[in-house]
Design a protein around this ligand. Structure first.
Ligand code: CTP
Length: 291
């Protein structure tokens, strides 16, 4: 994100989007938009450097459910990409998620759209397994030329109690990134349930002609709790630092972008295609609360 919270610099072919669900505590998703061209340039540049040095690019693999994709997922992909030259992401199948941790909220095809839209992602594999099996690891190394398999520093345990990345660790091909504290899909689901409950009670109040004051700790209060702190340093890590050029056609779109999903990705893609630079306005929490 640049000076505004969300901006997109010009892009000739395809937009890459970083969806960052920030400040979900108060129900707002803050988004960052970027040019694929910047990444392509960086990737081409690093590839040509590699060519000169006759070195093959380092290809890293990260897998995950990426259910109700949020800022923590984007930050994980950002860190994974920084460990290599090309990032391949495996999106776990619905069946594998059901077998290992319960049904996902968003189906595979929507999770694919979200992951594919992140600017640090070079390739996406659908229907990836939840655990790194012997066969799949061989496929990653032989067919996808993967050098390292990456996961956050939270334990990923299978129903039988074993480590899902044990084989990759044993092969010396495992690397870890720091998990982003304070944001998780489970947390988002819990807050959504809490919010929808509060929303219904709000509607009931209005239908009975009452207004409502929101006070901390009182009955009928809105209780949205997030532990995520978007520091300016962290936000800058997502920025491409670009603004519109002098003759740019600037398109503006606004919205709540709460629980950022595949439909948001699509509308932003369409809006971006209408000009050279997309500026996104994100409604504040008070506005969102009263819609
Ligand atoms: N991840 C992260 N920070 C978070 C959430 C996830 O770094 N706050 C990382 C995970 O460690 C993993 C990748 O994102 O490497 C994909 O995570 P995923 O499989 O979607 O599941 P969870 O780890 O369970 O994430 P969540 O609790 O949000 O569902």
């Amino acid at each position: 994100m640049g000076g505004g919270d969300s901006d997109i610099a010009p892009h000739p072919e395809k937009i890459k989007i970083v969806a960052t669900c920030l400040a979900v505590a108060v129900g707002i998703s803050l988004l960052g938009f970027y040019l694929k061209s910047g990444d392509e340039w960086r990737s081409n540049w690093s590839l040509s450097l590699n060519k000169k040095k006759k070195k093959k690019p380092i290809r890293v693999y990260m897998d995950g459910c990426f259910d109700m994709m949020h800022y923590g997922h984007c930050n994980a992909l950002r860190q994974a990409r920084a460990l290599g030259d090309q990032l391949v992401v495996g999106v776990v199948s619905d069946a594998e998620i059901i077998a290992n941790k319960g049904p996902p909220v968003t189906p595979l095809h929507e999770r694919m759209i979200m992951v594919n839209a992140v600017k640090w992602v070079d390739e996406v594999i659908s229907d990836a397994p939840y655990a790194i099996t012997e066969d799949f690891m061989k496929k990653l190394f032989d067919e996808y030329n993967i050098d390292y398999i990456i996961h956050g520093d939270d334990p990923c345990v299978l129903p039988d109690g074993t480590d899902a990345y044990a084989l990759a660790k044993k092969a010396g091909r495992y690397k870890q990134i720091k998990r982003t504290e304070g944001v998780s899909s489970t947390d988002i689901v819990e807050r959504s349930i809490s919010d929808s409950h509060n929303h219904s009670s709000l509607q009931r109040q209005f239908s009975h002609g009452h207004s409502q004051k929101f006070e901390a700790g009182g009955s009928g209060t809105i209780t949205r709790v997030s532990h995520f702190l978007p520091t300016s340093r962290r936000i800058v890590q997502f920025s491409n630092g670009k603004g519109p050029g002098d003759d740019a056609r600037i398109v503006y779109i606004d919205g709540a972008f709460d629980l950022f999903h595949a439909g948001h990705v699509e509308i932003l893609r369409v809006a971006r295609a209408l000009g050279d630079f997309l500026l996104v306005g994100i409604h504040n929490d008070q506005t969102v609360s009263w819609i």
